[in-house]
Ligand binder design. Sequence first.
Ligand SMILES: [Fe+2]
Ligand SMILES: [Fe+2]
Length: 250
Amino acid sequence: MLKHTIIQITDTHLFGDKNRKINGANSYSNLKKVLSHVALSEKPDLIVVTGDLSQDCTFESYQHMANVLNCTGIKYYLLPGNHDDVDVINKVFDFNWVKDKVDYSCDFNNWFISVVDTSVYPEVGGQLSDEQIKKLENNLVKNKNKSTLVFMHHHPIFVNSDWLDEMILKDADKFNKVIQANSQVKAVLFGHIHQVFEKTINSTFYGSTPACCYQVQPNTKTFTIEKLTPGYRVIELNNDGFCSKVVWVE
Ligand SMILES: [Fe+2]
Ligand SMILES: [Fe+2]
């Protein structure tokens, strides 16, 4: 049976200065560590980086991202998080992205991948416009016969931490209604919360991926650092379905 592997990396929070740390973590060296680990152990077909690519929105920070990703020789998709300036990303990657509307979808072997842009620069919380929700719905309906993965930055479900739940995707119920009406959506994968949270709603798996820089403690009222170890998610697709696991890079 043909198997295809996708790696999700998220919340790299790079700076223009490679030596600069964020909450004790060197985000640049963590990204390099993670991608070396991926290259040695997983041999993926695709890497998806789900936002908060940069912390300081500098041209140089996105250039570091491009250089490190290009060195892997692995195909990649990106999407913006609340810390990202799409205008600067466009200068490095030549994407022609439109601020707050970076939505795209594509076939991936027998699967369908939909990327939705929940960022509303420079707001910290996430939102999808009615137009974005409609576009997502139309794409899902048109591709109803294909097993689907949805990637995004903000969490569309509550994650049991008061301070993070204030930043939940605005009007998440509208988004979830579309997802739940399309049972071919096997997984909704997101970042932003810098911790692992997994929940299955009906037949759809909702899961976050640990950050590439530092993690925060789950189930807290306020922001509390957990550890500096980076992590990533491996998603294996086959004809029947998918399985996924989180890998920590010590
Ligand atoms: Fe983040
Ligand atoms: Fe974020």
